[in-house]
Design a protein around this ligand. Structure first.
Ligand SMILES: Cc1cc2nc3c(=O)[nH]c(=O)nc-3n(C[C@H](O)[C@H](O)[C@H](O)COP(=O)(O)O)c2cc1C
Ligand code: SF4
Length: 466
């Protein structure tokens, strides 16, 4: 099967979106209709009130401790810490803690970067935020810049969604014209310049250091860490990078308080989270729900499994997170801790890929492995060679030419990639392989022994190999 044939099996339906009434307590997607993305509508929804609050422009009385109306940098960071907000880009790192790593007293230039590369298969939440509520990202970035004493920021937007980039540029113009961006914001001593930049669609440019290289105009290849971006980031200067959804959550936190945000979710997993639900569901789309919502509820919101079929498995956090079998998944809640500790997987970027009983796991893994082999930047040997090796092995199993020894070899190659590479793409390629072998080894064995997939005869994914 050539590349075009492989890709043609996995076309998006184009109906994914955030415009529906099946969110639960939404904060970022609340009240959006596709037309009300502009600054006046945003302000009518309470937008830029958080910025007014930190700059003391809301008529507030002077703070009891500081004597100034508004919030100090330390107070903003403490509020974000209290909120339990964890980075929405994949790793779930506590945002307030990350902000506290920025050396605020550094005398030279410091940078703030928003990661809107959104290349993880199954993830489509950030583009909806930027297209339909761009000012919440802008306001979140302004607040972050204030908290960390940063005067210049960039939003790096995925190259294949150019219309989203144009929408974000239009929103930036509005914010500049309204005095929310630029010099002496709202008459204060705080200045912040924010620019949009678009990439060219490489998945690896979502990795934070590859993103920085790309932003500098170089080939997007990850840097070895340490040093981390907080000390050596964009142009070698201290830099804080957060995901689009992470920044978008900040205005609500400042307006309503850290404790209120924490209570929206569950301990250590504050707030709401946007899940991009795709695959075999009746209503694929973006769903914003409180952290800790049962997976069963999320599935129900998405209309249940398509065609009344049985749920077989779920990839809960984007293509790099290990697959979870249906029975286990139905017991989990959608938050970092439940998915990791009880499900043995990762919440990742929140892309929930639902697979019904007709899905052949060998075929699914072949598709995933092809992706990682294609997207490896080639710097490290275990990733460059290993991802191709994984794909070729799964591909030959899928096509009835596998050997029994391939299964152990798959596990061994995956194990030898993990932890031996410059960036986490190597792990991201290996983890799905290990997850599939852990839970669905029998499907691989069956295909090798019988040269035919073991999914049911009436299944759409059934394939007979000769
Ligand atoms: C291969 C790879 C791809 C990534 N792609 C993205 C991405 O598209 N968007 C994103 O926000 N983070 C992505 N990340 C994670 C970033 O490196 C980084 O952790 C994140 O932007 C930090 O923001 P957060 O703390 O708000 O999550 C990726 C990581 C890896 C290893
Ligand atoms: S792990 Fe892969 S993608 Fe990451 S730096 Fe190494 S070769 Fe490049």
């Amino acid at each position: 099967m050539n590349v075009e044939q492989i890709l043609s099996q996995f076309q998006a339906t184009g109906v994914e979106s955030c415009f529906h009434d099946r969110h639960i307590n939404p904060q970022i997607y609340a009240g959006l209709n596709g037309k009300n993305w502009g600054i006046q509508d945003y302000e009518a929804r309470g937008g830029y009130a958080a910025l007014r609050k930190i700059l003391g422009k809301d008529g507030a009385e002077p703070h009891a401790e500081t004597g100034v109306a508004g919030m100090t940098q330390d107070q903003v960071i403490a509020t974000v810490k209290e909120s339990g907000l964890r980075g929405r880009g994949g790793a779930g790192f506590p945002t307030g803690l990350k902000w506290s790593f920025m050396p605020r007293q550094f005398p030279g230039q410091k940078y703030l970067v928003c990661n809107s590369d959104e290349g993880e298969p199954g993830t489509c939440k950030d583009r909806d935020i930027m297209e339909y509520n761009p000012h919440t990202v802008i306001e979140g970035m302004i607040i972050a810049a204030y908290a960390m004493g940063i005067s210049v920021g960039y939003n790096y937007i995925h190259g294949e969604i150019f219309h989203t980039y144009e929408r974000f540029e239009a929103a930036l113009e509005e914010a500049r014209a309204a005095g929310y961006l630029g010099n002496n914001i709202m008459g204060s001593t705080f200045s912040f310049q924010l620019h949009a930049s678009h990439g060219f669609g490489a998945y690896i440019c979502g990795e934070e250091t590859a993103l920085l290289e790309s932003l500098e105009g170089k080939k997007g290849q990850p840097r070895f860490k340490p040093p981390f971006p907080a000390s050596f980031g964009l142009y070698g200067k201290p830099t804080t990078i957060n995901n689009t959804e992470t920044f978008a959550a900040v205005p609500w936190i400042i307006r309503n308080g850290g404790q209120a945000y924490l209570e929206c979710g569950k301990p250590n997993n504050g707030g709401t989270k946007i899940f991009s639900v795709s695959g075999d569901v009746e209503r694929p789309g973006n769903y914003e729900v409180p952290m800790g919502t049962p997976f069963a509820k999320l599935l129900e919101l998405a209309g249940g499994v398509r065609g009344g079929r049985q749920l077989k498995a779920v990839i809960p956090g984007g293509s790099s997170s290990p697959v979870v079998p249906a029975e286990l998944m139905m017991k989990l809640t959608m938050d970092y801790d439940s998915i990791a500790k009880e499900g043995g997987s990762m919440l990742g970027s929140g892309a929930v890929i639902v697979m019904d009983e007709t899905r052949c796991m060998v075929q699914a893994l072949a598709r995933l492995s092809y992706f990682y082999s294609h997207e490896s930047c080639g710097q490290c040997t275990p990733c460059r060679e290993g991802t191709g090796w994984l794909w070729r092995m799964v591909d030959r199993i899928e096509h009835g030419q596998g050997r029994v020894s391939d299964i152990d070899m798959l596990d061994s190659v995956a194990g030898n990639i993990m932890g031996r590479t410059i960036c986490a793409l190597g792990d991201a390629a290996a983890m799905p392989v290990r997850g599939m072998l852990k839970h669905f080894r029998h499907e691989f064995v069956h295909l090798i022994e019988h040269k035919t997939s073991m999914v049911g005869a009436d299944a759409t994914a059934v394939k007979t190999h000769g």
